[in-house]
Design a protein around this ligand. Sequence first.
Ligand code: PLP
Length: 450
Amino acid sequence: TKTDAVASSAVAPELPAFNYSPPPYVGPTAEEILAKRKEYLSPSLFHLYKNPVNIVEGKMQYLFDDKGRRYVDAFGGIATVCCGHCHPDVVEAIMSQTKRLQHSTVLYLNNAITDFAEALASKLPSNLKVVFFTNSGTEANELAIMIARLYTGCHDIISIRNAYHGNAAATMGATAQSIWKFNVVQSGVHHALNPDPYRGVFGSNGEMYARDVQDIINFGTSGNVAAFLSEAIQGVGGIIELAPGYLPAVYSSIKKAGGLCIADEVQSGFARTGSHFWGFESHGVVPDIVTMAKGIGNGIPLGAVVTTPEIAEVLTRRSYFNTFGGNPVCTAAGLAVLQVIEKEKLQENAALVGSYLKDRLTALKDKYELIGDVRGRGLMLGVELVTDCELKTPAKAETLHVMDQMKELGVLVGKGGYYGNVFRITPPLCFSKEDADFLVDAMDLSLSTL
Ligand code: PLP
């Protein structure tokens, strides 16, 4: 097979040194697990890898399979593992909280929950300080949309085409990619043009795309809206950076229409973009509501909505309750995550290694016509493959092939974009320059097999 060709005919890059080997694995084989998965688990996303890896351990930016083989996790879970797999401080926080109290609810007091809420608020602009905990990004966005509708008394929500915001009722409406939807009623959701500098109709002209949002307000609503919901960099959509100037202009239109601006920081938060702690900061805007999940707990199920005291007040009119949201074990993990990001200067590392990696990937673009675009910020990078640079024809099969080849060489990357032709590179923020070199060399070798 071509996969064997990579391993045998060219010099495979060497993994960066790492002083750990897992103990021998004792357990069912990959084939046995795969057979069970096919029988008992939902088939969605099964098509990604021909032979998925049986991951049995994770340490920082690396994963180990059942044969003790090490992989660079350049997808970071799914942009979830920000401090590194099983980071000792996060593990310690989880263990010690688990031993004391595994579960608590809002009926009682518990400092693991309030301390984390306080620490989270301290990372946001001063008026954003009231926290509602959820279990996921979907729930966080559902709640944010509900809060905006309650607060404004309006129903209309504007989101951007190609966005991903979740998979429950309101969030599936706000999500704007056909593959993630089914025939669900999405009343009151309007999808604006995607301010995508690579594929968008107005190129990098943020002001022009912002006019489309104003048009939606003028011609598609009563003139008043509940909210505008947007990622700072589209993640699932293929690491799309919004055209410069877009968000400030849109925020101004939305405010004039009486709406709230919701920043979905599920992927771009927690220092991932390197230059800032939150993605919205690089656009120079201040949202009314911020939603978050993924990196917040280093992969532990946790999400949050943070808003101002004035807006939060609406939930005294219609109460909100979430049984597991803000579980103390999860919030203890969250507090440890914030401390690790600070202590280990992970934001600075994301900026440094991210720009080094982006430069190397951009150089690779000069070598392969198949690479149509390299983009992103910090350790949230995308590489889009096209078979024709002018027409930007998505190279879907090639993307799957290269992804599989990279896996054979020891690098796991994500895949996304509406056409499934974008590599999503969102590793743990402890990713090193050596890891970046290894990734680029593996991508180079994999591309050379096409
Ligand atoms: N918002 C964004 C930007 C996401 O990327 C995702 C998930 O990928 C979600 C919301 C939904 O989060 P979850 O999968 O935790 O429900």
